[in-house]
Design a protein around this ligand. Structure first.
Ligand code: GBH
Length: 480
């Protein structure tokens, strides 16, 4: 691994938080029980079963709506310090709008939060992990600029009800999946396939919605509640495919279009979209015959309003890509973000696989990414809110144990050798769960869940025991 992954730094700093993560649609089930409204993943899986690898749904999932006490007990056993979970907007506000609050939804999350606190597990709560209420999607979802206000109203209900006890917040999980894959493509709900137009519009509104919720918290809730709030953005590390200047620039361009798109307006000292996007998208739009850039513009006031709306940086990271430059993409057909970015990416065939085609084991990419984040955004505290490995659900999951060893070690390298300010790490995921388009085929859990058992029996895997030891020893080497 060159200078990376030297396995020299072993211990987690005293204030470092080790935890685990899940998301509402992936674990809760109870899709239409106790007053919950329909969301876009209910709609997507019910109307397009063929788009899910095993034609499954999240209707029951891990049934965590009924089995959250068991989930908390599993965490207690591992000794995790925090639990990152997401709220189902439609469970709290069945229509998406704040004029009808579902008391059972509030009760469920209150029970979960109280039980966590009783067990000394800090709740880290994500307001939105892709499950837009269907009635809001019917009005365009995040392509509708009013989503900024609807999200603010939802956030207010959330802070009012849970903010006395929840001190760590994330507005959005991975805007890229909502906007680029869900609106730009059809790999996620709602599947509008409007790349280069709809996804830019979606991201524009989503980023504003984040900023609005941040300011709401900052002005009205922080003075009393005293918590921290940010957003979680995901990216693979983008490694140049060759040493050529063109490929090095292409890798920078790719990470700008993949991560900077959502991160720069919030985390970059100058705010706004990455310069390279503000150059390339208008240029190509013009050549395509558009009368204006497909990338919406923030006003000066908006740039200022959005810039700095974070207390830490939430990062989800799994893998690495190689990137090469595409010098010229002919003007034809539909526009797309990929065409705008003029890059192509692939995996080195020598990288160790997982059960998912997109996830290769490349720990040095994690170190490089963390170092890159520090260079680009400064010395911001980083919370790694997801990192994990997929297999087919084996209990003796040595592939996952190995992944965690290597990736935790790569993270410690970034912290000790490169002085990157990483403060927290969440293993994805506590339990095997509904892996979106991959259904229950590719599994990420530290605990196996028997999806054929109506009781959804949970069984700890080797990785749960490994993580327990890491947390108990607060170091990664010499514990097994
Ligand atoms: C996270 O996304 C999600 O936040 C979480 O809900 C999910 O369970 C977890 O990862 C594991 O997947 O199939 O080639 O089109 C991680 C980022 C981006 C990775 C989309 C998979 C699909 C690639 N994901 N990507 S492909």
């Amino acid at each position: 691994y060159g200078t990376y992954g030297k396995l020299n730094s072993n211990e987690f700093p005293g204030d470092f938080l080790l935890g685990t993560a899940t998301a509402s649609y992936q674990i809760e089930g109870a899709w239409n029980l106790s007053g919950k409204g329909e969301n876009i993943w209910d709609r997507y899986t019910h109307t397009h079963p063929e788009l899910i690898l095993d034609r499954s749904t999240g209707d029951v999932a891990c049934d965590s709506y009924h089995k959250y006490e068991e989930d908390v007990a599993l965490m207690k056993k591992m000794g995790v310090q925090f639990y990152r979970f997401s709220l189902s907007w439609s469970r709290i506000l069945p229509t998406g709008f704040a004029y009808q609050i579902n008391p059972d939804g509030i009760r469920y999350y209150n029970d979960l939060i109280n039980l966590l606190l009783k067990n000394d597990i800090i709740p880290l709560v994500t307001l939105f992990h892709w499950d837009t209420p269907q009635p809001l999607e019917d009005l365009g979802g995040f392509t509708n600029a009013l989503m900024v206000e609807w999200f603010e109203d939802y956030a207010r209900v959330v802070f009012e009800n849970f903010g006395d006890r929840v001190k760590l917040w994330l507005t959005f999980n991975e805007p890229k999946q909502t906007c680029h894959e869900g609106v730009g493509g059809d790999n996620k709900a709602p599947g509008y396939e409007s790349s280069g137009i709809g996804d830019y519009l979606c991201a524009h509104n989503l980023i504003k919605a984040h900023a609005r919720a941040y300011h709401l918290y900052d002005k009205e809730f922080r003075p009393k509640q005293n918590g921290s709030i940010s957003i979680t953005i995901d990216t693979s590390w983008m490694e140049p495919g060759t040493n050529s200047t063109a490929d090095k620039e292409a890798a920078e361009r790719k990470i700008a279009f993949n991560f900077g798109w959502y991160a720069d307006p919030i985390f970059h000292p100058n705010g706004d979209y990455p310069e390279v996007m503000r150059k390339l998208v208008p240029e190509r739009s013009k050549k395509e015959g558009f009368r204006r850039s497909r990338l919406p513009e923030f006003t000066k006031e908006e740039v200022k309003y959005i810039r700095g709306t974070f207390d830490f940086l939430g990062l989800n990271h799994y893998t690495t890509l190689l990137v090469k430059d595409i010098p010229e993409i002919p003007i034809s057909g539909k526009p797309s973000v990929d065409k705008d970015s003029r890059t192509e990416s692939w995996h080195d065939p020598s990288w160790p696989p997982s059960s998912a085609g997109w996830l290769k084991v490349v720990p040095w990419g994690f170190t490089k990414l963390l170092v890159w984040l520090k260079h680009r955004y400064g010395d911001v505290p980083i919370y790694v809110t997801e990192n994990g490995f997929s297999d087919l659900g084996e209990i003796d999951d040595q592939g996952r144990v190995n992944y965690y060893k290597l990736y935790l070690s790569a993270m410690l390298d970034a912290m000790y050798e490169h002085k990157v300010n990483v403060k927290a790490y969440a293993a994805w995921s506590l339990v095997d769960n509904f892996e979106w388009r991959d259904g229950y085929v590719n599994r990420f859990g530290l605990h196996h869940v028997d999806m054929n058992d109506p009781g959804r029996k949970r069984t700890p895997k080797a990785s749960a025991e490994y993580y327990r030891k890491v947390i108990a020893a607060r170091k990664i080497h010499g514990i097994d």
